[in-house]
Design a protein around this ligand. Structure first.
Ligand SMILES: [Zn+2]
Length: 378
């Protein structure tokens, strides 16, 4: 189901192809996040136009609203949201540990109160796999425990043990026809725990492996360490997915460390604050210096927003609160993230990834504000 087409000689980067029941995903690939069944501010036609091959959905959120009864009546998640292409569903583990108000970790899952109305709910391997089966996603994720990055060693170990045990329980649950499923490696920035978790999950033979517990508030060097501690223990013939990451520059560095798949809320989240991603870093479209700048957000960009509108006009829309403004910045940002992937795949195919990486990182100036925006919950 995953074909490794080419490996880079200068790094751990890989060119690949993941075949799912509803379509092929060329890797490295970015997956726009549609937590609530919609990639914020974008419609399916726009997503397809910009080259989206797979989007994310979320077990926790979709289970709470609109609920499985309605999605079942609609004929599954793909039909309900009119997205006939691949969908990966997150298991809800991350949300249970980050959003739920009060929670009690039990043997077979977590009892928690809904972040919306306080009602008592329970989510564990059995429930998470059942919800994902009913949603009918193409790739399901195991239910894991995602501990805070600064958890004491004892708690980090317990979380890894539970993650391994729950992964096994997930394996035993029925799945939708053709539904693939990925294990999630935890262990924070502890090398021994990452190795142990990765090895035990690989022995269970999942269709792919995610590196979880990253992008949870830790500084960037810790993120890179967590990936480096995990990647060597993952099989080369399976896809690797870094959950919740990252900025364009981080994604380039993560591809160089052997990661194939990414998801991140940044392109649409910062768009709503009037911030755009460019090959040189982020730019505030809202800023006064764009008042009479009639160039597009990024010259040479082929997205709909850059082909049709100026910075000055988009700034005006954002300042008066017109929805079109944040929609167009969302279009540009999502297009930009996908374009970075297209460029990396082209460089990998041509054997020029080292040059691409060097040039990209030299041009790209990271923004602190953007890095901190990533840390809000999904
Ligand atoms: Zn653009």
């Amino acid at each position: 189901m995953f074909e490794l087409l080419k490996t880079d000689t200068s790094s751990r980067a890989r060119l690949g192809r993941l075949t799912t029941p509803r379509g092929v995903i060329d890797t490295p690939m970015f997956m726009p996040v549609g937590t609530q069944g919609s990639v914020k501010a974008l419609d399916p036609r726009e997503l397809v136009e910009m080259g989206t091959q797979i989007i994310l959905g979320n077990t926790y959120h979709l289970h709470i609203r609109p609920g499985l009864e309605i999605i079942t009546a609609a004929g599954g998640l793909h039909k309900f949201i009119n997205w006939p292409h691949p969908i990966l569903t997150d298991s809800g583990g991350f949300q249970v540990f980050s959003l739920a108000k009060i929670r009690k970790i039990k043997e077979h899952g977590v009892e928690f109160r809904s972040h919306l109305d306080g009602s008592l709910l329970f989510l564990g391997p059995k429930e998470a796999m059942n919800i994902q089966r009913v949603l009918g996603s193409d790739i399901a994720m195991v239910f894991d425990e995602c501990p805070p990055h600064d958890s004491p060693p004892r708690e980090m170990r317990l979380a890894v043990e539970r993650t391994i045990r729950w992964a096994q329980e997930c394996r035993e649950q029925p799945r939708a026809a053709g539904q693939m499923f990925f294990g999630i490696v935890q262990g924070g920035s502890n090398a021994a725990l990452r190795e142990e978790c990765a090895k035990k999950l690989v022995a269970m033979e999942f269709d792919g492996y995610a590196i979880g517990g990253v992008s949870v508030g830790e500084p960037e060097p810790e993120v890179m360490k967590a990936i480096e501690f995990t990647e060597p223990f993952l099989p080369a013939n399976k896809a690797r997915y870094a959950m919740g990451l990252g900025t364009p520059a981080q994604m380039v560095e993560l591809v160089a460390r052997g990661v194939d798949l990414f998801d991140c809320v940044l392109p649409t989240r910062v768009a709503r604050n009037g911030t755009a991603f460019t090959s040189k870093g982020t730019v505030s479209v809202k800023a006064g210096f764009n008042k009479s700048d009639f160039r597009p957000i990024e010259e040479g960009c082929t997205c709909y927003a850059c082909q049709n509108f100026s910075r000055a006009y988009l700034r005006h829309l954002l300042n008066v609160g017109e929805i079109l403004g944040l929609r167009m910045v969302s279009v540009h940002n999502s297009h930009m993230f996908l374009k970075v992937m297209t460029d990396m795949r082209a460089a990998l195919a041509a054997g020029t990834f080292a040059e691409f990486r060097r040039e990209f990182i030299a041009n790209y100036v990271p923004t602190r504000k953007v890095l901190s925006a990533r840390l809000e919950t999904r």
